[in-house]
Design a protein around this ligand. Structure first.
Ligand code: A3P
Length: 861
């Protein structure tokens, strides 16, 4: 109730007072007023007070706010889409630049970014844009030695980017030659940014190139070279009028036909142009066709602060990677309007808002065929507005067919608060019955949970009820993996329900008036004109009913951004119902289907929308990650003997974690503070133990082929044989797997056990382990482990003289490995073992295991 009176008591009151004053002043002048000024003033004050009281009573208690009055007040601030675009309806230059050439097969679709430091601003902007567009990249600090550039006969990187092009120009001879050679041999292009320096250069030559620069300029009015082959996503023709951000732009002057401008701008300072150069545009981004030194480049005279450069950067990546790093020009988008019928009195849609919604939708349809706003409803609050707003509700329903529809909960309740499936389903049924009664379609297969609850973190009951009541196939959330940063939002599939990422564009329930937009109108316009909204246009956008009443910010935002996209890009926007959208999405990003579960207790927002019955106390504190056949079962058994671990320390052992490609990422998402324990033995012995293990399990291949035949099987061998070979050999590439873990976890959280020591001196190993895990009180394993000569291993002391050993499958009896296989494997693992020694030294392990030393020295004999 409080909210709906605010506009009338606040700003408008002053406006009404001024209007009355003005009117009376005019009246006095014209009629040579007969009243005394003081009487008149009192009258005016009385009239004003009376009108205010009447308005309050009228709107608060009668609840029928006079629409012409509020309409008048709000219209005075309401923004109208006003995108200046000279080429909007002009002919489109046919875009057939897919940039694809055969050369793309020479390298992988990944970008190598050389930054000045790990924290430099432009470097971070570049990385953010790459994350946003899901382009793979690797960051290296310039000036250090070059990373490995090739992988067998293929280049590891399709484009090289220098945050500071100077770092490339000043590279030491050796590395520079290496890098240039790589670029030439693998047809890899380069992007460089001229970063500002204090000293201003005028006509200064770029070291070694027929290219001259003038730095530290203020510029305005940027335009593009329509003939450039680089333009693909970006559409030329329009000028970005006005000042360009920053006063440290660099412009180029070339002395060679290899250079072609991509972008121009004009000077914008107290510089006095002469007759001859008054209109000369200055190249601000320049393409090097590679005619000079056989390397193609694009050089930017300023960073990514200027929004157009973000588009040009993406196009340059596409061009220089020969079409490998090209984003699709087809983008789908959908605008959800949540909370239909839910808003507070005074903020809801009135008939003229509904008409505006329909009119805007028709205008958008002219640009995006089949576009329809997607309306989310909670039936319980139907007709809960004032009289005008109730008419608005009716008008929406009269136009049901013009929109798409989806269900929220009947009472807009958070699903995670339900612990009973029947109650949750009953609630959903109420909304479904409401929909049926009103003729709202119920077959969209899409639903959105109020307050983002229950979708992620997952509330299983919600998924079950959605399936049963509504046959839901698609939903969307802004919470996966986290609300922020928005560019990292992704989709996933759970219980056969596709969850799409949702973007908010700053239009929340309370964002109703342009002045109240977080950061002000400028911020919204920035977001539309090349900013975040413009960049995230492949998405479901979430807005709310109240964004379409009041200042109608929803309409303003989307009409503007669509026009802007049409003006400046060749993106083909289309819209589709959620189900189709989701299918396209997961076809595009199949890698996202499987969710990476995070820990709700590490995110306060997630905790708030997580069932009270769940707790984080039952998550493991440490993991024994394997690999298989190194003694993981023995370690697990010994750990479980410790009374403190048995009672408080949840831990988990899974020997297959070690070499799983995605496991470190997943573990880190769920248990970022977990400690990790790995056991290593000679990889050759490990391979043999695995072979014996599969053989003992009756595996046909292991029984039909000798160990030597298995490990020497070629890539043309039958698949089951290759599979066994791989399971024998791959986990033993220890350094490779550990590096993957170490990209997510610090060396301090990793404990490496020498598996041979675990066999020969488990007490010492367990003592070290207690220290690493910081477990108290100290448990004396000497009393609990004893060597059992019969088993040939240490076993648990149970009572008096008795021991309990691991089962027959652990510590098997089998003939020793053939010498030729051992030699072969020691050679095979030579590079991996060498890398392991390096890795161990790097993370501070001083005692290199004897088996590792032996394997390395034996491999040379
Ligand atoms: P073998 O059976 O080839 O000798 P995992 O439990 O990871 O599968 O590893 C099994 C291996 O653990 C056994 O391989 C054995 O060498 C080793 N191991 C280490 N300590 C052991 C113990 N106390 N009892 C039995 N096996 C042990």
């Amino acid at each position: 109730m409080g909210e709906d009176t605010r506009p009338l008591l606040g700003v408008p009151k002053i406006r009404i007072v001024r209007t009355v004053h003005k009117f009376l002043r005019k009246f006095r002048k014209k009629n040579h007023c007969v009243y005394k000024a003081s009487t008149l003033k009192k009258c005016v004050v009385a009239i004003i007070l009376l009108s205010i009281v009447l308005i309050i009573i009228y709107s608060q208690y009668i609840g029928h706010s006079p629409s012409y009055l509020t309409g008048f007040i709000q219209r005075s601030t309401r923004p109208e889409p006003n995108i200046r675009c000279g080429v909007m309806n002009g002919p489109r230059i046919p875009q057939n630049h897919d940039h694809k050439t055969e050369a793309r097969l020479r390298s992988y679709p990944k970008v190598l970014v050389f930054v000045e430091t790990m924290y430099s601003k432009l470097g971070r902007d570049i990385a953010e844009l790459l994350v946003h567009t899901r382009i793979k990249y690797k960051v290296e600090v310039a000036g250090k030695s070059l990373p490995v550039l090739t992988n067998l006969d293929k280049g590891r990187y399709g484009v090289i980017v220098f945050e500071n092009f100077n770092k490339y120009l000043q590279m030491d001879k050796w590395n520079r030659e290496l890098l240039d050679k790589y670029c030439r041999e693998y047809y890899v292009g380069m992007i460089g940014f001229i970063t500002p320096e204090e000293e201003t250069y005028v006509g200064s030559q770029l070291k070694g190139f027929p290219l001259f620069i003038h730095t530290n300029l203020k510029l305005k009015d940027a335009a593009l070279n329509a003939a450039s082959q680089i333009l693909r996503l970006t559409r030329a023709g329009e000028t970005a009028w006005g000042d360009l951000p920053g006063n440290d732009w660099t412009v180029f002057q070339a002395n060679h036909s290899t250079y072609e401008p991509l972008e121009w701008a004009h000077r914008n300072d107290d510089y006095q142009p002469t007759e001859s150069n008054v209109r000369t545009p200055l190249p601000t981004v320049i393409q090097d066709h590679g005619l000079f030194d056989n390397i193609q480049r694009v050089i930017f005279g300023s960073g990514l602060k200027f929004w157009l450069h973000r588009l040009l950067f993406l196009d340059s990546l596409s061009y220089l990677s020969h079409g490998q790093l090209s984003l699709s020009l087809d983008r789908m988008f959908l605008v959800d309007i949540d909370d239909i019928f839910v808003g507070e009195v005074g903020t809801r849609l009135r008939p003229e808002d509904v008409k505006a919604l329909i009119a805007t939708q028709a205008r958008i349809q002219a640009m995006i065929p089949r576009f329809k706003f997607n309306l989310g409803f909670s039936g319980k609050y139907f007709h809960h507005g004032n009289r005008e707003e109730d008419k608005g509700d009716d008008l929406i329903l009269e136009n049901i067919d013009k929109f798409m529809w989806f269900s929220h909960m009947w009472n807009h309740q958070q699903p995670h608060l339900y612990d009973n499936l029947t109650v949750l389903m009953d609630d959903m049924m109420l909304n479904k019955n409401f929909a049926k009664m009103k003729g709202i379609p119920v077959d969209s297969g899409y639903s959105v949970a109020p307050h983002h609850s229950g979708v992620y973190p997952v509330h299983e009951l919600l998924y079950t009820a959605w399936k049963k009541v509504w046959n839901i196939r698609v939903t969307s959330t802004e919470e996966y993996p986290h609300l922020r940063p928005a560019r990292l939002r992704r989709g996933f599939i759970h219980k056969n329900i596709m969850v799409l990422p949702r973007q908010t564009c700053g239009l929340f329930t309370h964002t109703m008036l342009i002045d109240k937009y977080p950061g002000g109108r400028e911020k919204l316009d920035e977001s539309i004109q090349g900013g975040e909204l413009f960049q995230t246009i492949i998405n479901i956008f979430m807005t709310h009913m109240s964004n379409y009443g009041n200042d109608r910010l929803g309409l303003y935002t989307f009409e503007s951004v669509i026009k802007f996209i049409q003006c400046w890009t060749n993106i083909k926007l289309s819209s589709a119902p959620p189900l189709q959208l989701a299918e396209t999405y997961f076809k595009f990003y199949p890698g996202e289907s499987d969710p990476v579960w995070g820990n709700p207790c590490d995110d306060s927002r997630h905790q708030k929308i997580w069932s009270k019955n769940k707790s984080c106390d039952s998550l493991p504190k440490f993991l024994v990650i394997g690999p298989q056949k190194t003694g993981t079962t023995a370690l697990y058994t010994f750990l479980s003997l410790h009374p403190a671990i048995a009672t408080h320390y949840y831990f988990e052992k899974s020997a297959t974690y070690f070499d799983g490609e995605l496991v470190p990422k997943r573990v880190h998402a769920l248990l970022p503070h977990a400690k990790l324990i790995t056991i290593l033995i000679s990889p050759a012995k490990r391979a043999y133990s695995w072979y014996q293990h599969t053989k003992a399990h009756g595996d046909v291949i292991a029984n039909n082929y000798s160990f030597h035949q298995v490990i020497t099987a070629s890539d043309t061998a039958p698949k089951p044989l290759r599979d066994l070979r791989n399971r024998c050999l791959n986990p033993g590439k220890y350094a490779q797997h550990l590096e993957r873990w170490l990209t997510f976890f610090s060396p301090q959280s990793l404990h490496i056990i020498d598996g041979e020591e675990l066999k020969s001196n488990p007490v010492e190993v367990m003592n070290e382990m207690q220290k690493f895990l910081k477990i108290t009180p100290f448990f004396n394993y000497t009393d609990h482990l004893r060597f059992d000569p019969k088993k040939g291993f240490y076993c648990q002391v149970i009572s008096g003289d008795h021991t309990k050993c691991l089962g027959r499958s652990k510590g098997r009896q089998y003939p020793p490995m053939e010498e030729k296989s051992l030699k072969l494997l020691q050679r095979y693992y030579l590079s991996h073992n060498t890398a392991l020694v390096k890795l161990m030294k790097r993370i501070g392990i001083r005692n290199i295991p004897n088996w590792l030393k032996d394997d390395l020295s034996d491999s040379s004999t």
